[in-house]
Write a protein that binds this ligand. Sequence first.
Ligand SMILES: NC(=O)c1ccc[n+]([C@@H]2O[C@H](COP(=O)([O-])OP(=O)(O)OC[C@H]3O[C@@H](n4cnc5c(N)ncnc54)[C@H](O)[C@@H]3O)[C@@H](O)[C@H]2O)c1
Length: 340
Amino acid sequence: MKTKLEDTGLEDQPNFDILPRISAERLSTVTSQQQQIPTEFNKVLVIGLGQLGLPVAKYVREIGYDAYGYDISPTAMNIAERASIKKAINFREFDVYILCVSTHKPGDLFSPQIDGLLSVVEKLSFEAKNGALLSIESTIPKGTSKKVFEMLHHRLHVVHAPHRWYAAEEKEHGINQPRVIGGVCDCCLIGGMQFYGGATYRYPSDNNNNNNNNNNNNNNNKMSLGIPMHPVTEIEIAEVTKVIENAHRYLQIAFAEELYLYCQANNINFPELRDALNTKWNVNILEPREGVGGHCLPKDTKMFLQSSKSVRSKIILAATEVDKDYRIYRQTRAQTDLGI
Ligand SMILES: NC(=O)c1ccc[n+]([C@@H]2O[C@H](COP(=O)([O-])OP(=O)(O)OC[C@H]3O[C@@H](n4cnc5c(N)ncnc54)[C@H](O)[C@@H]3O)[C@@H](O)[C@H]2O)c1
């Protein structure tokens, strides 16, 4: 394989494995203290009002919560205010904080960086209300949620509910769609489930009480977002679920690109081959189009590659190489068509 790690830009990324870890002992102490589990939520603040945060804030408002927003960009804030999202003057007195800030380097959409998110958490560590719920909906590298939890000293409950929102199909794949959620402690997860799903969710180990039916009529008719959530026992599973979903999509596109190049080299009609292949019940070859698009797929795929030092996905590294070859092919063909 030609791709070297240094060519992928992976090695200059932060090493999240060295983030302080919460020892099992400390976690159990904190859990046994049984931070009060929030049961009722009224004031909700969405921080980061971009492509994801704005529809999240609108949805929260439509459900009936007292919805506030905050963004460092005055433009984003103005757009949100025009959509009746109230501007938060500070971070005090909210029951829920939803983080939807960007998680890439300021000048490089394809490289992960969580400095902005951590600066928000720093501010929350001083201002946020005791026992409130903090939900990270931004896509984050493995280890981030526990880092956030440590910064807050469990003064807030921390869950990660990564988003699957898809701008091109907002109706089918918008805010309310099946999603994964993890909590740093069990009490965090219970609070998160109450806010998102309204389910009478209890401890993951307590099979008898684990009645996760995501029904708004549960939980004494308390308001919830009514989103079908899939809880996981370790928050790292929620963190890597999101980046692996996108790495999987990257792989599917790269395979289509490779097949396309194969067809060009062997004088085979790609659309006809694709149609023929897709007649089989378990085959779904995509169209390669412009190659791997947007910034989330490359950024999140990098997060996946960075999430393990010992076992790095060879197949994903090969896919990044295929995507490069496909782009070079398209560029060369475009230049030839223009007679350059
Ligand atoms: N857009 C999507 O389709 C989508 C889908 C799933 C997940 N995500 C994830 O959600 C997160 C946000 O993505 P997006 O597409 O909305 O990005 P975006 O760039 O459209 O919006 C991010 C917003 O966060 C604001 N922001 C950045 N730092 C801030 C800070 N310190 N304080 C307050 N506001 C801050 C920015 O001004 C911007 O308005 C990313 O982690 C992304 O990977 C996005």
